[in-house]
Write a protein of this length. Structure first.
Length: 697
């Protein structure tokens, strides 16, 4: 599916927010055609980044149709066999829940711990099973479309990323350092590594300095509050409706602190509106858009009350985002050349079910074809050891004339992806615009956000967004936090039904697994795609792991895991990007069957080869998880059988389960998506919905 007309979009989206009324500015955002002069990224002339605060993907969008949320059919399991959603402190088990309050989107919901140590505790070396001990029961709260109508409608109108992670398992400042500089001083230079909000003053280079050296215009839009120097707490002020909440993290670098009026760094990073003395929130931004002087790269930093940081209501942030769109769309020529990235610096302490990719500490925790140096913090007297990141999934909405259509992009990204998008647009082969702070491992695992865009044919008629006028704060006061209480009897949320168009991804990889004949289990990873991938491997029996394996594009990797169960049982699951799953379960003393799957995205064929290596016949059932079709086969010793499945009927998604039917017996599961370079449709298994879009593939 290369384009999406209005008929097909409405068929995908169904009823709901699309029928809502809109402010004129948002109609313009959808109606103004993209500058399509070259059909490439060069048509973008303005990049605007608005990084909000402290929300996880599941907390905001776990209920959104067509994304990997609460209906994810291939979520990981905990070591004791419980689903990842069933988080416990040993005494209390809590499922994701919506707090029992009428207007949650405008409620001052209590925040949760989000420092380095508690985040590493929740992550638990990749087990992801300590959320409640580390964060409390509020971690499991989530919202719905009724709570966040503007956020959901943005997702329905533009493009949402459901594999975008914050950069570090920790608080605000380190994550913003990744966004502005590419790392946190991981190599120990310039005052790093920094994994707290210490704000002690640092000396490593920042990406705006590269832009400045190379004549790329840039600016930070913010309010000055009580001042943008140390005396004014760098914009942090007790009045939550002014200032920048201290979120312009460039101001914690000595080169900015030492700059003077007239210097480029001072004029572009230490200036702001002056609401306190009668100015207005967006007067500078609006003027630059209206006058056609919006820089090539801009960052917007909100006052505390509009940042969405708990306990501030999310819909205060919705109103703020709407004002940004109002300003940008007021000048159609500017908007036709603009890409707006709306994301969140970290997850606060809110739960997300998807384990973050991370570099293996050493060979006991996995392998990598790419250098993983400086991706693991060794710990010190105050801070526990652990991977710097990636961190928890957070929302990313890509809003521009090139991203209309309600798409989901499931490529893995993090905050360094924003820098890499700027590199792609303005680098032009200039090595000085390539950020050397970004590690080789992150460049291999995280994309550059270009897959979110349709540069070739961006202009199509699309739907509308709801009004946010009612979300403007009614007063300028702080309000006490609402502390939710989990329901006595938890129930898994039901994700919205239906499908969503998907962006084509640069992935093409395979994993093979079988007992190695020496008491271990051999895994082989191969990557023929255009992007690297990080695989997460879990052991459901032996008590070891998890492990991660990073495989660059065009490379392969092999390892053998110890089968830890004394009786020979094994249960290894391999999770990769975009719902990729391989599960190997059995007993080295049981059926000896090789099961090998090969995919052909161009033809949507899945070929499964079964071979009996044992000395006795074995009867197997092959189940198609999407169609429900079953095939039974009996294999004599040394015989094999090949099955061919067409995945078009399941929208290029496949899920094949091979089993001998015995309790604790042989079982293999192969699931994922067949990329073919074209846009597609979200996984029908996420939430049961219509499959009438087959003709669009």
């Amino acid at each position: 599916m290369t384009t999406l007309d209005r008929r097909n979009f409405l068929r995908l989206a169904g009823a709901g927010a699309l029928a809502a009324a809109l402010p004129n500015s948002i109609r313009r955002a959808l109606a103004i055609p993209a500058n399509n002069s070259t059909g490439t990224i060069r048509d973008i002339e303005h990049i605007v980044v608005l990084m909000q605060e402290n929300r996880s993907f599941d907390h905001y969008f776990g209920m959104l149709r067509g994304v990997r949320g609460f209906g994810d059919p291939r979520a990981v399991f905990q070591r004791d066999g419980r689903a990842i959603w069933r988080q416990s402190d040993g005494a209390t088990e809590v499922l994701p829940y919506r707090p029992a309050v009428t207007n949650l989107g405008e409620t001052f919901l209590d925040g949760t711990p989000h420092d380095w140590n508690s985040s590493q505790q929740a992550f638990n070396h990749g087990e992801c099973d300590q959320w409640i001990p580390a964060k409390g029961t509020t971690t499991m709260t989530h919202m719905t479309r009724a709570d966040l109508p503007f956020h959901y409608a943005l997702a329905d109108a533009f493009t949402i990323c459901d594999a975008y992670h914050c950069s570090v398992q920790g608080p605000t400042d380190p994550n913003r350092y990744y966004m502005w500089t590419g790392y946190v001083g991981n190599d120990g230079t310039g005052g790093g590594p920094v994994i707290t909000n210490a704000e002690a003053g640092y000396d490593w280079s920042t990406y705006p300095e590269r832009l400045e050296r190379n004549g790329i215009s840039w600016k930070v839009y913010q309010d000055a509050g009580d001042g943008l120097t140390a005396g004014g707490y760098w914009g942090w002020t007790g009045d939550a409706y002014i200032g920048n909440y201290g979120d312009n993290s460039l101001l914690y670098f000595h080169q900015y602190q030492n700059s003077q009026p007239g210097d480029a760094l001072y004029e572009k990073a230490l200036r702001g509106t002056d609401i306190k003395s009668g100015g207005s929130l967006f007067d500078q931004f609006k003027a630059d858009v209206a006058n056609g002087t919006l820089p090539q790269v801009s960052w917007i930093v909100a006052p505390e009350a509009y940042s969405e940081h708990p306990n501030w209501p999310p819909n205060f942030g919705a109103w703020y985002v709407a004002q940004v769109l109002d300003a940008l769309t007021a000048n159609p020529e500017v908007w036709s050349k603009t890409a707006l990235f709306l994301t969140y610096d970290e997850n606060d302490g809110f739960f997300d079910h998807m384990p973050a990719p991370f570099a293996a500490k050493d060979a006991t925790r996995g392998k990598s074809t790419v250098d993983t140096r400086n991706e693991y913090f060794p710990g010190d007297a105050q801070m526990v050891a652990g991977p710097y990141g990636l961190g928890t999934r957070v929302p990313m909405l890509v809003i521009s004339p090139w991203t209309r259509g309600g798409y989901v992009d499931s490529q893995v990204f993090d905050h360094t992806s924003i820098i890499r998008f700027i590199e792609q647009r303005f680098g032009n082969g200039n090595p000085d615009l390539i950020e050397s702070n970004i590690s080789p491992w992150r460049r291999a695992v995280c994309g550059d956000l270009t897959s979110c865009f349709n540069f070739a044919t961006p202009n199509a008629a699309l739907p509308t967004l709801p009004d946010t006028n009612g979300y403007q704060p009614a007063d300028d006061q702080r309000h006490p936090s609402y502390v939710p209480v989990p329901p006595t009897q938890g129930q898994m949320p039901t994700q919205e039904k239906g499908l969503r168009p998907t962006r084509a991804l640069p992935y093409a990889f395979e994993v093979d697994g079988q007992p190695d004949g020496h008491g271990g289990f051999a895994l082989g990873f191969s990557n023929s795609g255009a992007a690297g991938a990080c695989f997460h491997v879990r052991d459901g029996v032996g008590g070891a792991g998890p492990w991660t394996y990073t495989v660059e594009a065009g490379k392969s990797l092999a390892d053998s895991l110890v089968i830890g169960a004394a009786d020979g049982r094994y249960d290894f699951s391999v999770h990769g990007p975009n719902g990729f799953l391989r599960r190997y379960k059995g007993n080295i003393n049981g059926a000896q069957v090789d099961a090998v799957l090969r995919r052909d995205g161009a033809s949507a064929n899945v070929n499964l080869d079964l071979r009996n290596r044992g000395s006795a016949s074995v009867t197997l059932t092959v189940l198609n998880g999407y169609s429900g079709a079953r095939n039974d086969v009996t294999l004599a010793p040394s015989h094999h059988r090949q099955f061919n499945f067409q995945a078009n009927a399941s929208l290029r998604w496949y899920d094949l389960i091979v089993s001998d039917g015995a309790a604790g017996g042989f079982r293999r599961e192969f699931a994922g998506y067949l990329e073919n370079g074209r846009d597609g449709v979200s996984d029908p298994a996420i939430a049961a919905g219509p499959t009438a879009l087959q003709d669009d593939l």
